[in-house]
Design a binder for this molecule. Structure first.
Ligand SMILES: Cc1cc2nc3c(=O)[nH]c(=O)nc-3n(C[C@H](O)[C@H](O)[C@H](O)COP(=O)(O)OP(=O)(O)OC[C@H]3O[C@@H](n4cnc5c(N)ncnc54)[C@H](O)[C@@H]3O)c2cc1C
Length: 394
């Protein structure tokens, strides 16, 4: 609980301001959610450390909010303090390829600046909304690249010690849409450091929509332009005028399932959608040792399965990553579903749940539940939400 005395101490810190009028609807790209008890804005890493330390010492619950593009917060008042990191120095060293960005830098500005000077490695991550401080949190990724490929270290405020220090990326357990900063309250990223390539070429391209020749490297600016165009066509670049972008991006992670479940699903698609469609089902076998490296397994929930998920996860059976969007479509949810109402699937991409202008968090949650149970009923796979949820559960 936040008392008046603590609010006054926070407000008195150098480089810290507080307000009680900000709402999560204003702070998030889904544009839903009630008000936190207090919003604290910090103008430097030092002021952030001082504010975070005070909050931790008082055991006050807080949430760092960057661009709010991966957050779904409940309607109504929320008993939580929002911390905003409003420092945004960006340091790009062209000769070495080292880039340091403070937490508050808009992520796409990091990409744009790096690409403009010919540094390579993050061009596929063009157009991802949010701030630099958040990119390690869920190891952002797109088009075959992820931040883990280039992240060297983060300047981390450690909640257990109240101190900030540079921590190697290897200490973050980065995996598919995961790091040990997600859901854990372990720390707050105050700055990131990347090591990019300096020869003007992209990272080796792996994604089919970007290249027909896997491993090809192309000029970074070309790849960035192509990625931005692809993303815009799917409503994955923020645009206030386009409700398809009033979303949290991909709402569900791609499920990772035992190969036998993938077989079962493909057989079901064969029955319901025919041989040709079943043959096109995206199935990406994972390397044998990747159970941990690829994050949590989707919970197998086929009616015939009585085996607990944890047991199945520990079997030596090979794993495959499936496409959540493809499964959602085959479960009967088309783009734009249900066609009208305050919350619908994006008209450009089945994986994004969107606010058409008047949605509440409850509307988004209701749609998420419907999609999730539809996929569960059709294929026995429980989709896992990708955004951080606050005050709501699926
Ligand atoms: C249109 C759209 C497209 C998207 N496309 C992609 C995509 O292609 N790939 C992808 O991976 N994601 C994508 N996302 C999701 C989102 O943009 C990323 O996860 C992004 O990194 C979130 O940044 P943010 O600053 O908005 O974080 P927020 O939403 O503000 O916060 C998300 C979580 O990170 C925590 N957090 C934020 N900053 C810090 C910090 N400095 N230190 C510690 N914790 C912190 C928050 O407390 C919260 O738990 C997309 C979202 C949208 C709306």
């Amino acid at each position: 609980m936040l008392d008046k005395f603590l609010t006054q101490r926070l407000a008195a810190l150098d480089g810290v301001s507080v307000d009680t009028s900000t709402t999560f609807a204003q702070l998030t790209t889904l544009r839903v959610g009630g008000a936190p008890t207090l919003a604290v804005s910090c103008e430097s890493a030092e002021s952030a450390v001082a504010a975070l330390r005070l909050l931790d010492q008082a055991s006050v619950r807080y949430l760092v909010v960057g661009g709010g593009s991966n957050l779904l917060v409940a309607d109504g008042p929320q008993d939580i303090v929002v911390v905003r990191l409003a420092f945004d120095a960006l340091d790009v060293h062209v000769a070495s390829g080292l880039v340091r960005a403070e937490a508050g830098v808009v992520w796409d500005d990091v990409v744009d600046t790096a690409v403009a000077v010919g540094l390579g490695g993050i061009e596929c991550l063009s157009g991802i909304p949010g701030h630099a401080g958040a990119v390690p949190v869920q190891n952002v990724g797109a088009y075959g690249a992820e931040i883990a490929d280039v992240l060297t270290q983060v300047y981390l405020y450690d909640t257990s010690t109240g101190e900030a220090s540079w921590v190697p990326a290897s200490a973050l357990d980065l995996a598919y849409r995961y790091s040990n900063l997600k859901f854990t309250g372990r720390g707050v990223v105050l700055a990131i450091e990347l090591h990019l390539s300096t020869d003007g070429l992209s990272a080796p391209l792996r994604f089919g929509q970007l290249t027909q020749t896997p491993g090809e490297r192309r000029p970074v600016a070309d790849v960035r332009a192509q990625v931005l165009a692809l993303r815009a066509s799917k409503g994955m670049v923020l645009d206030a005028a386009d409700h398809d972008t009033w979303s949290a991006g991909s709402f569900f992670t791609n499920p990772i399932v035992p190969a036998s479940l993938a077989e079962t699903i493909q057989a079901r698609v064969r029955d319901t959608h025919g041989e040709d469609d079943a043959a096109r089902m995206p199935r990406h076998p994972l390397p044998a040792a990747s159970t941990d490296a690829e994050g949590a397994l989707a919970t197998p929930s086929a009616p015939e399965s009585t085996e607990p998920a944890a047991t199945r996860a520990n079997t030596a059976e090979p794993l495959e990553k499936l496409s959540a969007a493809w499964l959602i479509e085959r479960a009967g949810f088309a783009k734009g579903y249900p066609g009208s109402g305050p919350a619908t699937l994006s008209t450009k991409h089945t994986l994004a749940l969107t606010n058409r202008g008047s949605a509440t968090a409850a509307d988004i949650v209701a749609l998420a539940r419907e999609i999730r149970s539809g996929v569960q009923d059709a294929f026995g796979v429980t989709l896992e939400p990708e955004p951080i949820w606050l005050g709501v559960s699926i």
